[in-house]
Ligand binder design. Structure first.
Ligand SMILES: [Ca+2]
Ligand SMILES: [Ca+2]
Ligand SMILES: [Ca+2]
Ligand SMILES: [Ca+2]
Length: 185
């Protein structure tokens, strides 16, 4: 396999991302977590079950889940532990090309569902709901929103979100704002 090892800094970030997916906090990502995340986001954003947003959100996460299971569930228990999760990201973050084909499509699906008024940017309110959707706090969202809003215009534009999402995964610079995309490490 042609993979590059994740740096310690990247591992810290991927461990943070693992918490995002492990909704019930039992140390493995499983099908129940994906349902729970969809439910929490639905509650925060006020999506009715089976509404277009709910469907799109669930489809995005289920697709992510299926790929994850196919690629790294080495002990075949339909659960992904942190070591397996690292292995998945070692492959997907080994080059910019892999990031583009394996990681970025998730944001292509996520961006429009969080952009609740469809104006091409995430408002502070959307960002707070996004954080609360994965069990983080409004306070953390407010704090990190300020850092991520690079031009201080009060919204996170598509360009800002794509840059931060990229840097969260790929950057080795601990100072870049994207480090806190999913909360402080
Ligand atoms: Ca879990
Ligand atoms: Ca497993
Ligand atoms: Ca918006
Ligand atoms: Ca901005």
């Amino acid at each position: 396999m042609c993979t590059t090892m994740l740096t310690d800094f990247q591992k810290k970030k991927i461990a943070r991302l693992f918490q995002f997916y492990d909704a019930n906090g039992n140390g493995v990502i499983e099908a129940e977590d994906i349902d729970e995340i969809a439910q929490q986001f639905g509650q925060e954003f006020g999506w009715a079950i089976a509404s277009p947003e709910d469907r799109k959100f669930r489809a995005t996460f289920k697709q992510f889940w299926r790929k994850l299971i196919m690629s790294v569930d080495s002990n075949d228990d339909q659960k992904v532990n942190l070591e397996e999760f690292y292995a998945a990201y070692e492959a997907s973050l080994s080059s910019e090309e892999n990031y583009e084909t394996l990681v970025r499509p998730f944001l292509d699906n996520l961006f429009p569902v969080i952009d609740s008024d469809n104006d091409g940017a995430w408002s502070k309110d959307d960002f707070i709901k996004f954080y609360r959707g994965f069990r983080s706090s409004s306070e953390a969202a407010e704090r990190n929103f300020k850092r991520l809003d690079l031009n201080s215009d009060g919204v996170l534009s598509k360009e800002e979100i794509y840059l931060h999402f990229h840097d969260f995964h790929m950057s080795q610079d601990e100072q870049v704002a994207g480090t806190v995309f999913f909360g402080e490490l």
